[in-house]
Design a protein. Structure first.
Length: 146
């Protein structure tokens, strides 16, 4: 009986977790319309590009959050980190090498920089195309409130 009560209580608690219906709908519509990053890759939207090769593009976001803030985006559209596969391993590794290169090129490799990837609602993902944020050039403070 104790086990049943525990499982029942756990199920009640878990119902409060996960994506909200509004967010799930926004995500589905956004994926259906296509990523804004794909539009930048295809030159349908303008961007200040700081790096590009056959697999990756990097550009300044519309609303930079640090002195140096670049988005590093694979040209292959992958919606979230939850959607990556083993075949994406080299591509994701290359994104880190691009981050390292840009940090060195823009003079933040020694003072320090942050590389982040947001996934889904609680992390604040609003563009459903995997991307890294490279931030630096000033003291960034804690990642989350402590």
């Amino acid at each position: 009986m104790r086990y049943f009560f525990f499982v029942f209580s756990l199920c009640l608690c878990v119902q409060g977790f996960g994506q909200s219906n509004d967010y799930s709908e926004l995500k589905a519509v956004s994926i259906e319309k296509g990523s804004v990053f794909t539009k930048i890759i295809n030159r349908e939207l303008p961007a200040i590009i700081v790096y590009e090769d056959e697999e990756i593009i990097s550009f300044i976001p519309l609303h930079p959050q640090a002195t140096v803030h670049f988005l590093i985006v694979p040209k292959k559209e992958i919606h979230t980190l939850n959607d990556i596969t083993k075949e994406d391993t080299l591509l994701l590794g290359k994104m880190f090498l691009v981050a390292k290169r840009l940090a060195l090129e823009y003079g933040i490799s020694e003072s320090g920089y942050r590389v982040t990837v947001n996934t889904n609602q609680d992390a604040g993902q609003s563009v459903f195309h995997v991307h890294m944020h490279l931030l630096g050039g000033n003291e960034l403070g804690p990642i989350v409130k402590q």
